[in-house]
Design a protein around this ligand. Structure first.
Ligand SMILES: *[C@@H]1O[C@H](CO)[C@@H](O)[C@H](O)[C@H]1NC(C)=O
Ligand SMILES: *[C@@H]1O[C@H](CO)[C@@H](O)[C@H](O)[C@H]1NC(C)=O
Ligand SMILES: *[C@@H]1O[C@H](CO)[C@@H](O)[C@H](O)[C@H]1NC(C)=O
Ligand SMILES: *[C@@H]1O[C@H](CO)[C@@H](O)[C@H](O)[C@H]1NC(C)=O
Length: 461
């Protein structure tokens, strides 16, 4: 009845099964105690084997905002600046900091102006609860910074990254709006904007406009961003940002020290393949959509990426990206095939977390386990150990963005994007909440946090 000596890690917290051996109670008592111990052990086993549930921390049928006053909201509804059926929750980034006597916590989210030019009053926001306990979005840094057509403001902030060590928020702005609509408006150049968010601040540290030759003013779809410290200790701060451009199928690099940017293209690894049709709940969605999710290894030695219309996960050494003009294509490597197509992804120190769209699930690739069992380096490892992290066919339809904080939590958004593409979203609430933010303790930390001392990175490039 007792677990064997070579018990897997899971069972370690269960009862010691030998504790009664050196005592001499009556046979009846021993049997009773054995029964009791077995029950406790079984209960303990059941608790450790059933995955605990990811907690919904915010949910929305439609997106709404914290308005300056009701008149302004009514006017915005009347003139079309606010269309509750236009906004789709996408990116999520947590920021938590203890400053010695109090906690500061903020959750940054994006609502991309992709489907229409008008209707989304603010793209970059934090989430707050209104007087009725309803989750609403507060424009960040403010309403003025969201003005469509003002190129010093944000046009289509798509994704964000936060450096937990400095409290800097990195935002990619496509510069164009309505980019998935029949009439996109190419209003401004794409830019990378950096805000100082420490203690609720909002000063702009950098606003870099990409040259048209690197990020096209008419065809870009900057999608996802990761940061590169170069060394895992993070001394000297962020040196490079890497961004996917989904429409031009390229990876864009920004070099902070030299204030320069360049891009790499590869039609094969950044393109789609036979998995470009995604089947969700029996309906097939043809999604010929290129490079999308991007993730940085905690060693900062490899960048990983996947196209939406593909299950393939590729890696490229960061030395290739850090200078322009290298041979990108011949340095890419196919690492394996993901459980399903996915949108965003993120590395912790223990593995890669990604959405598995055909399963309404989040999966984890345990890279550490594969590096050890295959006795290879990160540059040779084959993706094998993929385990489910969370799944729900109703509430986890289309995991969009994932991020990790420095306190063990994975955050992810689900937004039923397949229903948005096909105009099948029920914005009247008949299908429950459409957008959710989940928080789940995965005992792992952001790739930008130092490796946990009890478990230093085994993954050496
Ligand atoms: C409502 O808010 C708008 C935008 O900030 C402002 O221009 C207007 O004066 C406010 N109206 C009232 C009645 O407070
Ligand atoms: C806003 O519109 C709602 C619904 O039409 C109405 O009940 C409310 O009085 C309006 N509020 C203001 C301040 O105009
Ligand atoms: C960085 O480069 C951009 C575009 O080339 C330029 O407009 C900007 O002035 C530069 N910033 C600094 C601080 O040199
Ligand atoms: C994808 O679906 C389309 C129909 O929507 C079909 O014509 C095509 O053959 C499918 N492609 C693959 C690779 O299965």
């Amino acid at each position: 009845m007792c677990p064997p000596n070579h018990e897997p890690l899971h069972y370690k917290t269960c009862l010691p099964c030998t504790s009664h051996k050196d005592e001499h109670p009556s046979a009846d008592m021993t049997a009773l105690r054995r029964g009791f111990l077995f029950l406790l052990w079984a209960l303990c086993l059941a608790i450790t084997l059933i995955p605990s549930h990811a907690e919904v921390i915010h949910e929305f049928v439609t997106i709404d905002y914290e308005w300056p006053n009701a008149t302004f909201r009514n006017q915005s509804l009347a003139n079309g600046d606010f269309d509750p059926k236009a906004g789709v929750l996408s990116g999520v980034q947590p920021y938590t900091k203890f400053n010695g006597y109090s906690w500061y916590h903020a959750l940054f989210v994006t609502v991309p102006r992709t489907q229409a030019v008008k209707g989304i009053p603010s793209g970059l926001n934090t989430i707050v609860k209104d007087a009725n306990g309803k989750s609403v979005l507060r424009p960040y840094p403010n309403w003025d910074a969201q003005k469509i057509g003002d190129c010093s403001a944000l046009q289509l902030p798509m994704s964000t990254a936060i450096d937990p060590n400095t409290g800097l928020l990195y935002v990619i702005d496509i510069g164009r709006v309505g980019i998935s609509s029949p009439n996109p408006a190419n209003l401004c150049p794409a830019k990378l904007v950096v805000y100082d968010i420490v203690q609720g601040g909002s000063s702009t540290v950098l606003s870099y406009e990409f040259p048209d030759s690197v990020v096209s003013r008419t065809t870009n779809y900057l999608n996802d961003i990761v940061l590169d410290y170069v060394n895992p200790e993070g001394t000297g701060g962020v040196k490079y940002a890497y961004m996917t451009d989904t429409l031009t199928r390229s990876i864009v690099v920004y070099d902070f020290a030299h204030n320069k940017s360049w891009a790499y293209k590869d039609p094969v690894s950044m393109g789609t393949d036979d998995d470009k049709n995604i089947t969700i709940h029996g309906i097939t969605y043809p999604l010929d959509i290129g490079v999308n999710g991007i993730a940085m290894s905690p060693t900062f030695n490899y960048l990983y990426y996947s196209a939406l219309g593909s299950k393939r996960l590729y890696q490229v050494p960061t030395w290739v990206l850090r200078t322009p003009g290298n041979d990108f294509v011949s340095n890419t490597r196919l690492v394996g095939s993901k459980k399903s197509q996915g949108d965003g992804m993120v590395f912790g120190h223990k593995g890669l977390y990604f959405g598995a769209l055909e399963y309404d699930a989040v999966y984890k690739w345990d890279m550490e386990a594969d590096v050890i069992s295959q006795r290879v380096l990160e540059g040779e490892v084959v993706m094998k150990t993929q385990v489910p992290v969370a799944q729900n066919w109703q509430t986890m339809q289309w995991t969009d963005a994932l991020s990790l904080d420095t306190y063990s939590n994975l955050y992810f958004t689900t937004n039923r994007a397949h229903k948005v593409f096909t105009n099948k979203m029920d914005f009247d609430g008949g299908d429950g909440a459409n957008f959710r933010i989940f928080k789940y303790n995965v005992h792992d930390k952001s790739y930008l946090s130092p490796a946990p001392p009890e478990r230093p990175d085994l993954i050496v490039g």
